[in-house]
Each structure stands twice: as C-alpha cells, then as structure tokens.
Design a protein around this ligand. Structure first.
Ligand SMILES: Nc1ncnc2c1ncn2[C@@H]1O[C@H](COP(=O)(O)OP(=O)(O)OP(=O)(O)O)[C@@H](O)[C@H]1O
Ligand SMILES: [Mg+2]
Length: 606
C-alpha cells in the first residue's frame, strides 16, 4: 500500500530515527556535492578555535593593561598591548573571511540540494500509478514530502551544530581546568536537560503539523478557490465569496488555536528552564569570585573564566534551539526520505513484455471487475472482444462505467478481477512506454495546457512537436482553423500567463483531438471527445475521424447515439454491466435499452 499513516513510536525509537535521518541527509549531501560538504565542515572546525583564541587574547590584554596602569610601568608593556590588539584584529578578520566563504559555499550547497530534492520528488511522483491519485492521503503525502524543503534548514542547523558542540566543549574544558570539573559537569547536565525539553517540544510541534496536514490542505483549497481563475466566475454569479471566506476563516482559526496552545506550553517550559539555568550559572560565578580571592587569580584570568561561564550559558540556549531545529526538520526530512524510498509502481519488473509494433488480433476483455475504494463494483463481469481495426462505440447513462472501462483499457486502473489482453499480452505484463506509444486517448476531462499551441498538440507525440506538416495535418483533421492563432503554432494559449489567448471549450476540445491525430498510436480510445462540439461539427469531426483513422482500432465513448451508426460494434453499459452489444441496426432491432435511448434522442433532435 502506498499510503502510510503517521505512527506514534516510542521516544527512544524516534531519537534513533533522527540519527538515521541525519545520516541519510549527510549521504544525500555527499551525493549532491562532496566537495561543498567537506569545505563546509573544515570551515566550521576552523571557526571552533576562534572564540577560544579570542578568550586567550582578552585574558592577556586585561592583564597587560592592569600592569600598565600601575604607576612607573615599563613603556615596553604598551608595545605588547599593541601586539595583542593587532593579533585580535587579525583573528577577527580571519573569522569574517571564514564566515563569508561559508556563506557562499552554503548558498551553493543549498541550491544544489534543493534542485536534487525537487528533481527526486518530481521523478517519484511520476512513478506513482494513476489509481493512487483517487486517494486523498496521497495528496497529503506529496504535500508533506514537499515540506521536505525544510530539509535545507536541516543542512544549516546540522552543520552549525558541529561548531556549536565543539565550542561548548572547549568552554567546559576551560572551566574544568581553571576552576572545577564538577562545575563543568553541572553545566553539562543543564545542557542535557535543555536538550531533552527541546527535543520533546520539537516532536510535539511536528506531530501537530503532520496531523494538521489535511486541515491545511483544506485551508489552501478554499484560498485557491477564492483567488484562482477556475472558480472566479461561479463565485461571482452565485455570490459565494462570503460563504467561502467564512469557511476559510473557520479552518484558519481552528488550526491557529491548536498551534497557539502548544506555543504557550513551549514558551512556559522554556522560560522556567531559562530561569533555572540563569540562577545556576550566576551561583557558579559567585563561586568563581570566591575561588579567585582564595587563589589570588589575576583579573585577566577571572574575566576569562567568567566569560567561559556566561558564554557557555548562552551556548546552551543556542545549542538547544539548534537541536530542536534539527529535531523538527529531521522529522520533515524523514517524511521526504520515506516518500523517496517508496517502491516505484510504474516501471517494473523484468518480466514486462514490449507492445507489438503492429497488433495482430485485437483486444480481449475477460470477466472484468473493477471497484473504487467505495467497495461497490463500477464494472461487473464485463467481457467483450475487439478485432484489429474495428471501430467500437461504448454507450450508457451517466455513471454507467464507461470512463472506468476506458481507464482500465488504458492500464490506468488495475482490474479488481479479470483480464485485459492486447493480442496475447495481458495488460499488466506490458512495458509501459511501449504501450503508451501504441495506445493513445482523449479524455472527457482533457487538460488545457497553458502553453503554446504547438505544445498542446505536440504532447500527443513529443518527438514530432517541431514537424509543422504533421501539426497542420492534425489540426485539419480535428477541424481546427489555424488562422485564429496569430502567432501560428507558437501562440500562447490560456490566460494564466502573459500574452495568452483563451479559446472556447469546443476549440480546446478540437486541440485535444489533434493530440490523438498527431500520435502514431494504433489504438485510440476517445472518452466523449466531442461533447463540447456543436452537433454539426460533431458529426463532421466524427465522420472525419472514422474515415481518417483507417486501419486503426478506435474505441469511442459517446452520449450521442447518432455517432454510433457507423460503429462496427456498440457496447451498452448499465450500472457497470455490459447489457447489450451489436451494430446499430442489430440493437435497434433488439428493441432493448439502446433502442429506447436512441428513440428518445431522435425525438430531442427532431
Ligand atoms: N474516483 C472515483 N471514486 C469512486 N467512485 C468513482 C470514481 N469515479 C467514478 N466513480 C463511480 O464509478 C461509477 C462509474 O463512473 P464512470 O466515470 O465510469 O461513469 P461514466 O459512464 O463515464 O459516466 P459519464 O457519462 O457521466 O461520464 C459511478 O457510479 C461513479 O460514481
Ligand atoms: Mg465518463
């Protein structure tokens, strides 16, 4: 099953998973650019020593200045002070250079990683079978995986943490050697407590966001309805804006109120922790003052240890923030990795067979059953045969199962039971690319690509997109006049992008038909491709289609029975079952469902 639920695992396991995700992330970064990763880590390691060196210089500087201020001090002391200041300037410039290089390297690594992740998510999405797009959980999964963009923040945080941890350790060493190892131990314990609290809160936040995914998708849907073009017309004519705005507001505030509860809880816990850390650290400073008096520390030494204590305190809060950032983002990255690690569903096993260049016998459907997740059969025990080159019509009332049958024939849905054969090859054993080259379709809900006319037609046969003669030929066959397109095949269609022209639905439909005409497929499945055409054009297009399709096998779904007269066989579906089949004359003679439908339609049209 493609869709997985977010499970609540034990804390240990979760922590372990984070390390697994971090490891995967570093492997991914290594694949993206090992050079950038190595440079970045070297830069971070170099930067660890800067604050320690700086602390060392400050100690020396204060001691020298104190000695210099004593009356009668040697003027040579001033030279040493100048040396120390120069060293400090050098150190700060070095730090700034390291940071600048780091910024550029990080920028490049992030851009490369973003490209890598989006490319992989894109590739993976095309490998998900169409059937799964019926499942709303898939959209949630894709949505969650695309928030895997936050993995980039993880790159930042996890590289930063290498530096932060080493910096904290070096401060602890200073405190341990110059003051007391037990105090270094106490600071270490404070760090662990703060770490656990931040990880716990990070996890709670993550679970909340994951659980809110369906709600957020709904919120985005309402917003896109309000701001997009698709619904703009109906929203205005039915005056739906208030209703939709209210729906959006309700979802927005309900998701906000949950978030706020958690935010308050987090702030409370972290503030208590902060107070605890501040008090402890200041008690340690008091102890330092006492020790300095007993052991007669120099001012420089006192300042250095004091600095080590106070900066290790701020280091703890920076580190715990960094760790909660890692924790939080690692869980997003986990979703991304689990999406990327899904089994490919479309390209498959080596037993796949290549679709024949020319089909010999035809199509054979045997005891076909299909049900959507609702459980009810939308196709039930359907069997029929189509001989090579035949023109077949499929008719039936709305919801009879016509489109479902077309999608099964196209291999978009896997039958629940039964088989579909193209010659002697069962559809599930056929290699997909060879299949799509030879079997094409025009859907009822065809896509209006907001691209050029050339692309809109050329998508039927991408390799021939630049073949003007073929493009001309296909629009002629579909009955589309080229002169309405000012820039010819390079006219931009649709109004989403600048300079585009919009077309009538019938014109769009003719374009979708052109896609079938430009294709070199031998079998064409048309799902009501003429529904938006006016009756006269429809007859013209249909006759032309049948005439031009020559020895191609054509299966067309239609509600206008007039178009079926020239079909070699008509399949009548009702409630998922094949109830009648035969030629127009045979079915009229049979005086069953088809004859009834035909009689009624003749009355409407006359
Ligand atoms: N994605 C889906 N999920 C669940 N049920 C579906 C889905 N698509 C279609 N159905 C159901 O399957 C049955 C057949 O639908 P289908 O789209 O094949 O009908 P159709 O004959 O093409 O109808 P129309 O003439 O309106 O296009 C209907 O009862 C419909 O409710
Ligand atoms: Mg349909």
């Amino acid at each position: 099953m493609l869709v997985s639920q977010h499970k609540d695992e034990s804390n240990d396991k979760k922590t372990f998973q984070i390390f697994k995700v971090l490891l995967k992330l570093f492997v991914l970064l290594w694949e993206v650019s090992s050079l950038h990763l190595v440079i970045l880590i070297i830069l971070k390691v170099l930067q660890i020593f800067i604050p320690i060196l700086q602390m060392f210089l400050v100690t020396r500087l204060i001691d020298r200045i104190t000695s210099f201020l004593i009356p009668g001090a040697s003027s040579e002391l001033f030279d040493t002070i100048i040396h120390i200041v120069l060293l400090q300037i050098g150190l700060l410039i070095l730090n700034s250079i390291l940071k600048s290089i780091e910024r550029i390297v990080m920028f490049q690594l992030k851009a490369k990683t973003k490209f890598y992740i989006q490319n992989e998510v894109g590739k993976k999405t095309t490998q998900i079978s169409y059937e799964n797009f019926e499942n709303p959980q898939l959209y949630d999964e894709i949505y969650k995986a695309s928030t895997g963009d936050r993995s980039l923040d993880l790159v930042d945080a996890s590289v930063q943490i290498v530096q932060d941890i080493f910096t904290l350790i070096s401060y602890l060493i200073v405190i341990g050697t110059l003051l007391d190892w037990r105090l270094a131990g106490i600071i270490c314990v404070l760090f662990v407590i703060s770490l656990i609290a931040n990880m716990k809160l990070g996890h709670l936040k993550f679970t909340q966001i994951m659980n809110q995914t369906p709600l957020n998708r709904k919120m985005n849907y309402f917003f896109s309805l309000l701001t997009g073009k698709d619904a703009a017309k109906e929203i205005r004519t039915f005056d739906l804006s208030n209703y939709l705005m209210n729906k959006w507001k309700k979802v927005y505030w309900s998701s906000y109120s949950d978030q706020q509860k958690l935010e308050i809880k987090a702030t409370l816990i972290l503030s208590i922790l902060d107070v605890f850390i501040i008090v402890t650290v200041n008690l340690i400073i008091l102890y330092l003052a006492q020790i300095s008096y007993i052991k007669q520390y120099s001012i420089g030494l006192f300042v250095a240890v004091n600095q080590a204590i106070t900066t290790s305190q701020s280091s703890i809060s920076i580190l715990s923030m960094q760790i909660s950032r890692i924790y939080n983002n690692a869980l997003y990255a986990k979703e991304l990795f689990s999406f990327l690690e899904k089994k490919n569903e479309i390209t498959g096993n080596h037993t796949e067979k290549i679709f024949p260049e020319r089909i010999e016998k035809g199509i054979y459907v045997k005891n076909l059953y299909f049900s959507y997740s609702t459980g009810k059969y939308s196709l039930e025990n359907v069997s029929f045969e189509i001989k090579k080159g035949q023109k077949i019509a499929i008719v039936g009332h709305n919801g009879a199962g016509k489109s479902t049958l077309a999608k099964c024939l196209l291999g978009l849905y896997n039958p629940s039971q039964g088989e579909i054969y193209y010659d002697d090859l069962e559809i599930r054993d056929i290699e997909r690319q060879s299949f799509t080259k030879r079997v094409t379709s025009v859907f009822q809900d065809f896509v209006r690509y907001q691209l050029t006319l050339r692309e809109n037609i050329g998508f039927g046969n991408v390799e021939k997109m630049d073949d003007e003669a073929l493009l001309n030929n296909s629009i002629n066959k579909a009955g589309l006049e080229k002169k309405i397109f000012k820039k010819g095949f390079d006219t931009q269609l649709g109004t989403i992008f600048n300079g585009g022209v919009d077309l009538s639905i019938g014109q769009w439909q003719k374009i979708s038909l052109s896609r079938a005409f430009i294709s070199e497929a031998e079998i064409i499945i048309l799902d009501e491709p003429t529904a938006a055409l006016d009756p006269i054009t429809e007859v013209e297009v249909f006759d032309k289609f049948l005439e031009l399709s020559g020895d191609k096998t054509a299966i067309f779904i239609t509600h206008r029975l007039g178009s079926c007269k020239s079909a070699d066989n008509i399949l009548v579906l009702d409630n998922g079952k094949l109830i009648e089949q035969g030629t127009h004359e045979e079915l009229v003679k049979m005086n069953g469902e088809y004859a009834e439908m035909f009689k009624m339609q003749s009355e409407w049209y006359l």
